[in-house]
Design a protein around this ligand. Structure first.
Ligand SMILES: Cc1cc2nc3c(=O)[nH]c(=O)nc-3n(C[C@H](O)[C@H](O)[C@H](O)COP(=O)(O)OP(=O)(O)OC[C@H]3O[C@@H](n4cnc5c(N)ncnc54)[C@H](O)[C@@H]3O)c2cc1C
Length: 466
């Protein structure tokens, strides 16, 4: 059977690409090496982590906030195995959804590891040494990413865990040590802190959430510290000794110097992710990679080899599910002869802690280094009516607009529901909106979104409630 498109990998990049290609009338197949569809995101990433963030947040709220609202309960008790079941049911539901969508759109699925035998030929290892070769006009590589490892530190997924193991712990560790103050470390660190762990985070850089706006990062760190998470910045983990009953973690200053030994029950290594291209036959096919082992593509997702495309975590750009999805749609549209496009300047980024952190566009540091003249409008949630009644007054909205044209260049939000609020400004940026446009848009009262409008007014120094 010859296909128009074969997509290797069924994460959010691959499965969305396949569905869009099928919608456009292309004969489409996917190849997946794992037992379930959905990739990192649905199985061991976005979905299970959000299930645990949701459940642990409610657990903490029930213990600390319900009483203040006049809801009297006895102290909530944790049933961790039920919480894990709740998480797994969420994962299963999402994974089944992909299966249903493949059938609905007549996308053929091949289960097994895919290898590019040549342009137009994908070899699938279907088990027991058997292979099947599929012929296709185009191949889309959507093989995603894998956990980045620290040299000399073995991840056993029991006591020294990656994010995958941290989503599956069978008991709450008394002391959880997190290596890396990025999104995954802070989200999963928050989950286990809420469930009772003492959490300490070590970060190589002198700040948390590298790449996000510095002012937001500082505010976020203060909030997390108030919640009980400890940080050691400008520090690195040199070794983890897992021989004894407790882990002995050797931490030294990033610049070098005397090491200190810390003890923990579980260590989470969350230093990032690396593109996954193992066994894909890229070198043999002549597909070029960059110095970070990402597949090099042009702005139409084409690799240097005719008929081979790549999308998602395996190419450059933020490793985010929605970025992979949008690239999947664009690649499918390009393959169908349409003008698929992704605006990489307007990709939102969200941290699903409490409060949430969300951003889109340029940070203040980026604008400074690019020499762009800008104005800042900020509005704190302490001055937002809805936040006041809900008692979610931590954080603020910050809008960066071009000094001359007033065009919105970046928006950074720390506060309740920041991940939802960011959608409005992302759309505004897609339409090339000015801060004035946002300020003149009627926002429902009382909502947290009024803080976005007020921050837009503040760009022109005319916020009302401040
Ligand atoms: C703990 C955690 C939390 C996260 N939370 C978020 C979040 O809240 N929001 C967000 O946007 N992003 C989040 N991410 C990142 C997100 O999961 C990734 O950006 C996204 O999954 C990338 O999609 P992808 O399709 O490129 O690759 P993946 O989802 O990694 O999928 C790749 C697929 O390809 C398959 N594959 C690989 N090689 C082969 C082969 N040779 N043959 C056949 N199949 C193959 C793999 O088995 C996998 O199913 C999180 C990640 C983690 C780890």
């Amino acid at each position: 059977m010859a296909y128009d498109v074969v997509v290797i990998g069924t994460g959010p990049g691959g499965y969305v690409c396949a569905i869009r290609a099928a919608q456009l009338g292309l004969k489409t197949a996917v190849v997946e090496k794992d037992k379930t569809f959905g990739g990192t995101c649905l199985n061991v990433g976005c979905i299970p982590s959000k299930a645990l963030l949701h459940a642990s947040h409610l657990f903490e709220e029930a213990a600390e906030d319900f009483d203040k609202m006049g809801i009297k309960l006895s102290a909530p008790k944790l049933d961790l195995s039920q919480m894990m079941k709740f998480k797994q049911e969420g994962v299963d539901g999402n994974v089944k959804g992909v299966d249903f969508l493949f059938k609905k759109n007549k996308v053929d699925a091949y289960i097994g590891k895919g290898k590019i035998a040549a342009p137009g030929k994908v070899e699938v290892s279907t088990g027991n040494g058997k292979t099947e070769t599929i012929e296709t006009k185009a191949i889309v590589i959507a093989t995603g990413s894998d956990v980045a490892r620290l040299p000399g530190i073995e991840i056993d997924e029991k006591r020294v865990v990656s994010s995958t193991g941290a989503l599956e712990l069978s008991k709450v560790p008394e002391r959880l040590f997190v290596v890396g103050a990025g999104v995954i470390g802070l989200e999963l660190g928050s989950v286990w802190r809420r469930l009772g762990s003492k959490v300490e985070v070590v970060e190589f850089l002198d700040r948390i959430i590298p790449g996000m706006d510095g002012e937001i990062a500082r505010a976020f760190q203060r909030i997390l510290e108030k919640q009980g998470i400890k940080f050691r910045l400008s520090s690195k983990v040199a070794a983890i000794d897992a021989k004894g009953k407790t882990l002995k973690i050797s931490v030294e200053p990033a610049a070098g110097g005397k090491a200190e030994t810390l003890e923990a029950d579980v260590a989470l290594v969350a230093i990032g992710r690396v593109p996954y291209t193992e066994g894909l036959g890229l070198a043999e096919a002549g597909v070029k990679l960059d110095n970070k082992k990402r597949v090099i593509v042009d702005d139409r997702f084409k690799t240097n080899v005719q008929g081979i495309y790549a999308i998602g975590d395996v190419i450059a750009g933020p490793m985010l599910a929605h970025k992979a999805e949008d690239e999947g749609i664009a690649a499918a549209e390009i393959l169908a002869g349409r003008a698929g496009i992704v605006n990489h300047d307007a990709i939102p980024n969200v941290i699903y802690t409490s409060p949430e952190v969300a951003s889109v566009g340029k940070t203040e540091e980026e604008l400074k280094s690019e020499g762009v003249a800008y104005r800042v409008g900020k509005f704190p949630f302490t001055a937002n009516g809805r936040a006041k009644v809900n008692r979610t007054t931590e954080g603020f909205v910050k809008i960066l607009a071009d000094d001359k044209t007033d065009r919105v260049l970046g928006v950074h939000i720390i506060g309740a529901d920041a991940g939802t609020l960011i959608a409005e400004v992302t759309l505004a940026m897609e339409f090339g909106a000015s801060a004035e446009d946002i300020a003149r848009t009627c926002h429902a009262h009382p909502t947290l979104s009024e803080a976005v409008k007020e921050a837009a007014l503040a760009v022109d120094k005319r916020a009302i409630h401040m």
